[in-house]
Design a protein around this ligand. Structure first.
Ligand code: F6R
Length: 243
C-alpha cells in the first residue's frame, strides 16, 4: 500500500484527477469507479477542469457506482444516481448510457445486487476505484464487521453513518434511508487500482487503523492492505494519527 500525504483536499483532488487522466490516455474506455460524499468532490472538480482544458478525454469512459440507497427513487435528488449525475457525469460530459449502477428500487434487491456484480464483470471490471472512508472505517457502505470477501449486497446503515449523512437530507435523520446496496469488499478488491482519499482530522483515526492496524473486519478499509495496487491519499490532518 502506498500512502501519499498532500497539503490539502485540493492537492489530493489534483493528484487523483491526474492519475485518472493518465489512465484515460492509456485506456480511453476505462471503467472509473466513483464514490459519493463530500471527500471526492475536489477530484471530480479537478478532472472536469482537465476535460474543459482538453487535458483529459472522457468521451469513452465508463462510470461505475459504488453504492446506492435502497428505496429512494432514482430521480430523488439524494439518490446516488442523481448525485453522481450532478457531480460526475454532467461535469465530465458523460451520458447515462456510459453509467453502471445497481437498481436501488428493484423489487428483488438481491437479484439487483447479483445483476450489478455481473454487469461490472461484463464491463471488464473497474480500472480505478475511488473510495472515501467513513469515520468508522467503512468503504462503500461496508460497515464495520462486514465480511472482507463480501459481494454486492444489501446492508443496514449504522446509526453513526445515518447521522453523518443527515446533512444531505436537510439535517433530518428521519429522511435518511436505513438500507443501501453496496459493492462488497470482495467486489471492491477486484478493481485494478484502489485510490482512497481521506481529508480532515475527523478521518485520522480511521486512516491510522486502515494503514497501520491489522487487516480486520472491524475496519473494512484495512482490506486495502490485501490489494496489490492500493494508494491512500491523505491530507495532513487525516494523516495526523499515523506513526
Ligand atoms: C459513499 C461512500 C462512503 C463515503 C464515506 C465518507 O459512496 O462510498 O463510503 O465515502 O461515508 O463520506 P464523506 O466523504 O462524505 O466523508
Amino acid at each position: 500500500m502506498e500512502v501519499v500525504i498532500v497539503a490539502d483536499a485540493r492537492a489530493g483532488g489534483e493528484l487523483i484527477a491526474g492519475a485518472m487522466a493518465q489512465l484515460l490516455a492509456r485506456k480511453p474506455d476505462a471503467v472509473l469507479g466513483v464514490a459519493t460524499g463530500s471527500t471526492p468532490l475536489p477530484v471530480y472538480e479537478a478532472l472536469a477542469a482537465r476535460v474543459r482544458a482538453g487535458a483529459a478525454d472522457t468521451s469513452r469512459v465508463r462510470i461505475a457506482q459504488l453504492d446506492e440507497y435502497v428505496g429512494l427513487p432514482a430521480e430523488h435528488p439524494e439518490s446516488y444516481r442523481s448525485v453522481l449525475r450532478r457531480e460526475v457525469l454532467e461535469p465530465l460530459g458523460v451520458g447515462l448510457d456510459a453509467f453502471l449502477g445497481p437498481d436501488g428500487t428493484a423489487a428483488d434487491v438481491q437479484a439487483a445486487c447479483e445483476a450489478y456484480d455481473r454487469a461490472l464483470a461484463e464491463a471488464g471490471g473497474v480500472d480505478l476505484q475511488l473510495l472515501g472512508i467513513g469515520t468508522d472505517g467503512h468503504i462503500g457502505f461496508n460497515e464495520p464487521c462486514s465480511s472482507l470477501a463480501s459481494r454486492t449486497r444489501i446492508k443496514t446503515l449504522t446509526e453513526q453513518t445515518r447521522v453523518d449523512n443527515a446533512r444531505f437530507f436537510d439535517g433530518d435523520i428521519a429522511q435518511v434511508p436505513h438500507h443501501v446496496i453496496t459493492q462488497g469488499i470482495g467486489t471492491i478488491l477486484e478493481a485494478r487500482h484502489l485510490v482512497l482519499l481521506a481529508t480532515g482530522a475527523g478521518k485520522a483515526e480511521a486512516v491510522a487503523a486502515t494503514v497501520e492496524g491489522p487487516v480486520a473486519a472491524v475496519c473494512p478499509a484495512s482490506a486495502l492492505q490485501l490489494h496489490p495496487h492500493a494508494t491512500v491519499v491523505v491530507d495532513e490532518a487525516a494523516a495526523s494519527e499515523l506513526k
